[in-house]
Design a binder for this molecule. Structure first.
Ligand code: NDP
Length: 308
């Protein structure tokens, strides 16, 4: 507990690893708590096709391993543990991990975001028994079966396309007819002969039997018309929410829980910085997260210098 670290990085997606790379190269000897499932959301992504420098695309987990390896080469220390809480009431700050307390002058929060669930009736009981938020993790369970995907963004389109590898049919439903997804990803969906897109549909209720999910009651939000769909798998892809619970409300966030930047990448607390999806309400790309991770490490370096 007596050693005071220069900077502790919490979270290990593209933002965290890039922050780690820059902080390590700046000789700050950064320590990262990567979480039990290090690598963040890209560990659950099949193919990354839009990160510059990979002309043939790259698997999400593979890219995360390479980012980690690159940062570790310059001295980033990575521990695959979850941070339970932080105490920002006095300096040096305290970071509590599995009951052990670490002291640090600066912190970079790069914990990213987690999937939002629909919370329709019957959902809780069928989580892991047919209802999932991760096609990469669970898609293979639905070989030659019919599945449902919910959402109108890039995630929903990506999940639907990925699921065609296994499922006999994928139905993608969206609550209206305007899709947020990028044109290239949406086009792939509408042109795919295994995918049917149904607009103006939302899940009113999940249907199940003793073996698991059997389908859903869908509702047209315009007039309340109901229809039943039979599927054995359903993938909810309706967005993400930032992971900030361990901060215990000590850092200012916006109405949706995203951390607010006050000066460059510094948060409302002096010496506490944030980068990536935990801050980003708009872009949410691996490349933008990596860019912000770089900025946060450079801001930490400058801020530490200014303290002397
Ligand atoms: P988005 O926020 O972009 O889209 C969420 C979708 O879910 C919207 O269509 C939204 O509908 C719908 N939705 C939200 N709440 C509900 C609800 N309660 N019931 C039904 N539908 C709902 O999230 P994504 O996860 O798709 O994408 C997040 C970010 O990640 C984006 O910036 C995206 O570009 C990026 N991304 C990039 C990928 C890539 O490039 N390979 C892959 C995946 C994501 P509405 O429009 O009505 O609000």
């Amino acid at each position: 507990m007596s050693e005071i670290h220069n900077v502790i990085i919490i979270g290990s997606g593209p933002a965290g690893y890039t922050a780690g790379l820059y902080a390590a190269r700046a000789m700050l000897e950064p320590l990262m708590f990567a979480g039990y499932m290090s690598g963040g959301q890209l560990m659950l992504t099949s193919d990354v096709e839009n990160f510059p420098g990979y002309p043939k695309g790259i698997g999400g987990p593979e890219m995360m391993m390479e980012l980690r390896e690159q940062a570790e080469r310059f001295g980033l220390e990575v521990r695959d543990q979850n941070v339970e809480s932080v105490d920002l009431s006095e300096k040096p700050y305290k970071v509590v991990v599995e009951g052990e307390t670490f002291l640090t002058h600066a912190i970079i929060v790069s914990t990213g975001a987690e999937s939002i669930w629909l919370n329709a009736p019957g959902e809780e009981q069928q989580k892991g028994r047919g209802i999932s938020t991760c096609a990469t993790c669970d898609g293979a369970f639905f070989k030659n079966e019919e599945v449902l995907v919910i959402g109108g963004g890039d995630s929903a389109c990506e999940e639907a396309t990925f699921l065609t590898r296994f499922a006999s049919k994928v139905t993608l439903i969206h609550r209206h007819d305007v899709f947020r997804a990028s044109t290239i990803m949406y086009d792939r969906v509408v042109k795919h002969d295994k995918i049917e897109v149904k607009t103006f549909r939302q899940v009113k209720e999940w249907l199940s039997d003793e073996k698991g999910l059997t389908g859903a009651v869908l509702e047209d939000p315009r007039d309340g018309t109901l229809e039943n769909i039979s599927v054995s798998g359903a993938f909810i892809a309706i967005g993400h929410k930032p992971i900030t619970g361990f901060l215990g409300g000590q850092v200012e966030v916006d109405g949706e829980g995203y951390i607010l930047h006050k000066k460059h990448t510094m948060t409302s607390v002096e010496g506490v910085f944030a980068a990536g999806d935990v801050v980003d309400t708009r872009y949410k790309q691996a490349i933008t997260a990596a860019g912000m991770g770089c900025q946060s490490a450079m801001d930490v370096e400058k801020w530490l210098e200014d303290q002397h």
